[in-house]
Design a protein around this ligand. Structure first.
Ligand code: PAF
Length: 314
């Protein structure tokens, strides 16, 4: 079916209602994006389409999460290609609102505050970024609540499957990439702490054959910088191998591997708890690794800041 593009919240509600009425109508998935879509986003869309009767993808470059106006202007806008990719994955509706639609009164006075979890790692070098990201995610999650444009309840079936959705309304799931691990952890906390009626689904990172995690920013890397950037995923894999063998992770030697690459300016490389993102120092040095953790890394390569991570389990 051709994808339908809507640009207002009112049209999103009525179109989603129309689709839910015409299908079995038991669940809706939301895939929030900022456009410039690549295979990583395709994977999010694919996962959502597999599990839901109706899938909405939002495309909105959110000014609130950019510290720098130049970065905001430079962010690639590729709407036609994005719509083609979403359509090929079977997404039903694309919601591409204007800034005026999302922030009709200008920048909102009241915002979501990410708190201490939003101040470390990525938050340390991008002050306010996660407040801006969570604020728009909160709005997108509200826009995407299924069934609000439908006639009074009872008009459609519900799946009966356990869901955080509103009882009597279709199940509601939203899909985020594991690549942005800190964003995913914060969205999970926001939804749990503030009782949003949605299940958050984390989707594993998609990599190119040589290991580089896909990102809209990779297009700004020269060939030489791209080669150098491979050290990030190599260092993460080294930790994964050690975890799988129940060896000490010896994070310092993996950090040294990254530092040996002159084109890579390491910001952080740590092993942390998956939920709180607090460092797990005791697991990293002499003691054999046991348990679950997340190895996270960020570095500047030429003009581009890259992030990556890998779950560890032993
Ligand atoms: O990950 C992104 O693309 C953005 O941060 C999101 C979740 C769409 C919010 O603007």
């Amino acid at each position: 079916m051709p994808i339908k593009l809507v640009t207002t919240a009112a049209d999103l509600r009525s179109e989603s209602a129309r689709l839910l009425m015409n299908k079995p109508g038991t669940s809706q998935g939301l895939v929030p994006t900022m456009g410039a879509l690549h295979e990583g986003h395709a994977q999010l869309a694919r996962t959502a389409v597999e599990k839901n009767d109706v899938v909405v993808a939002s495309i909105f470059v959110n000014p609130l999460q950019f510290g720098d106006a130049v970065d905001l202007d430079r962010y690639p806008r590729t709407l036609d290609a994005d719509l083609a990719l979403l359509e090929s994955e079977g997404v039903d509706l694309a919601f591409a609102p204007s800034v005026q639609e999302v922030y009709p009164g200008g920048e909102p006075l009241v915002r979501v505050t990410a708190g201490p979890l939003g101040e470390k790692w990525e938050g340390a070098s991008r002050p306010g970024h996660f407040d801006g990201a969570l604020t728009v995610v909160a709005k997108l999650l509200h826009y995407g609540i299924p069934g609000t444009g439908l006639p009074p309840s009872g008009a459609f079936a519900t799946s009966g499957a356990p869901s955080a959705g509103i009882p009597g309304l279709p199940a509601y799931r939203a899909y985020f990439g594991q690549k942005d691990a800190q964003q995913l952890a914060l969205v999970r906390r926001m939804v749990a702490d503030l009782n949003f009626p949605v299940d958050i689904v984390g989707v594993p990172t998609v990599r190119s054959a040589d290991g580089l995690a896909l990102s809209s920013r990779n297009r700004f890397l020269s060939d030489e910088q791209r080669d150098a950037a491979l050290v990030l995923s190599r260092a993460l894999r080294l930790l994964e191998q050690r975890a799988n063998l129940h060896e000490p992770l010896d994070l310092e030697s993996a950090q040294a591997l990254v530092a040996s690459q002159p084109l890579v300016e390491l910001d952080y490389f740590e092993v942390v708890d998956q939920g709180t993102l607090e460092p797990l120092a005791e697991n990293c040095r002499e003691t054999p690794f046991r348990g679950d953790a997340l190895a996270i890394i960020a570095a500047k390569v030429g003009p581009v800041r890259l992030i990556d991570n890998l779950p560890l389990s032993s």
